[in-house]
Write a protein that binds this ligand. Structure first.
Ligand code: ADP
Length: 396
């Protein structure tokens, strides 16, 4: 029996899920928050509904991992550390180095750190999580799973920016995309639900969470995706602007007295999107609550839907057709109105939503009408199980 843990380490957090493999049964999950700050929050969910929580100062990721393993044992979720035979780590940027998941070695850790330029907030934190586990459980199978690798099948035509080609050749400046693990999972699941080989399908996957991205999956391969060199590009997001005209940057910097380009990019990443447009919140639920009485909230919602519609149209053109549109992540899984408003604008493609079937949250379901030419599906994402599957591949 093998137990595998999937890890998503942020700069001050560590999210995890423990699986029994190869059955893919979830044994426990949890999160450590506020690592490095006072009153860190340590939570474990287990036994289908039981919860353990502790507020305690956790200085760094290594302490978090030690505490996690100790509590897993004390709560009887594992008898011994040795039961955990594999760990998989989510890593945001794999650049062009990592076409697929990789067994962790010193060199791999160095490479992940060297890619920090591509994901300054995420990669160093991901590497910290990897090192913490390596120190405490040095002998288990440790695998790095990259958000970008699913998109490494994109053709040059789609990943190059129309800037001097030397910039790509010299600096690897190109589109990498993100959320790859999620897009891959929901595309595979959709093919499964439609009972068709993925090789025969043209699928548009819409991962709509705080961060949002759309991917064109042709025959099981990502051929284009809305995020870019970094996750700032693409559709309107919770706090990110998505696509804009780059000339806006110097103009706004001058008008608003924004001193550095980094300050400007910070605004585009953190103060824009639904939050900046509405002036209320980055959270879809808050905007839906305010929509009736607040024009800005309603406008932000319509802009969000519009950008998703534009990408769906564009990717249907890129693939010269579409068989299925898949919704996932917080908004995609729960935003009943958002899904309807989006699909109602792409009926020209042959997609029709079934309002009754669509009236569901967080459950796997085909939500188009029986006679819809394009299937529309709701598929809750599960990035962790994809990570555990990749660890399994290296363990066999
Ligand atoms: P993250 O990118 O942080 O993982 P999530 O996938 O959790 O984000 O998605 C968060 C988004 O999902 C938020 O905008 C939230 O408002 C939205 N969301 C969650 N539940 C609902 C709901 N019931 N109706 C509409 N939107 C929802």
């Amino acid at each position: 029996m093998s137990k595998t843990i999937a890890i998503n380490a942020g700069s001050s957090s560590l999210k995890w899920k423990l699986f029994k493999m190869p059955e893919e049964n979830t044994l426990a999950s949890g999160i450590v928050e506020r690592i490095g700050l006072n009153d860190s929050i340590f939570t474990i969910k287990y036994n289908n509904g039981e919860k353990y929580e502790e507020i305690v100062d956790i200085n760094d990721h290594e302490v978090a991992v030690e505490m996690l393993l100790k509590q897993l044992t004390e709560l009887g979720i594992i008898k011994d550390f040795n039961e955990i035979t594999g760990v998989g780590h989510r890593v945001v940027a794999g650049g062009e180095i990592f076409q697929e998941s990789a067994l962790v070695t010193d060199e791999v850790i160095e490479q992940i750190e060297s890619l920090a330029e591509f994901a300054p907030l995420h990669n160093p934190a991901n590497a910290t999580g990897i090192k913490a586990f390596r120190k405490i459980l040095p002998d288990i199978t440790s695998v790095a799973v990259f958000d970008t690798s699913f998109h490494q099948t994109m053709p040059k035509v789609n990943y190059l920016y129309s800037v001097p080609l030397e910039y790509y050749e010299k600096h690897n400046a190109r589109k990498y995309g993100a959320h790859g693990t999620s897009h891959k999972y929901v595309a595979l699941k959709a093919a499964d639900m439609l009972e068709k080989p993925i090789e025969d399908l043209k699928i548009i996957t819409c991962h709509l969470g705080n961060g949002a991205s759309i991917t064109a999956v042709n025959g099981g391969e990502s051929i284009d995706t809305s995020m870019g060199f970094t996750p700032l590009a693409g559709v309107t997001m919770g706090t990110r602007s998505g696509d804009i005209d780059a000339s806006l940057l110097p103009f706004l910097m001058e008008k608003e007295g924004i001193e550095t380009i980094n300050d400007m990019v910070y605004i585009l990443n953190n103060k824009s999107g639904l939050k900046g447009l509405s002036g209320i919140s980055s959270d879809m639920r808050d905007l839906e609550d305010a929509e009736e009485t607040d024009e800005r909230a309603a406008l932000a919602l319509r802009i969000f839907e519009d950008r998703v519609v534009k990408y769906i149209g564009s990717y249907a053109a890129t693939m010269n057709g579409v068989d299925a549109i898949v919704f996932t992540a917080g908004i995609g899984e729960n935003g009943v109105e958002t899904r309807k408003n989006i699909i109602d604008r792409v009926t020209f493609l042959g997609a029709t939503i079934d309002e009754e079937k669509n009236n569901v949250r967080g459950k796997e379901r085909i939500i188009s009408t029986d006679d819809s030419k394009v299937s529309v599906l709701l598929v809750p994402t599960d990035e962790e199980v994809m990570i555990a599957r990749d660890v399994q591949k290296f363990s066999e």
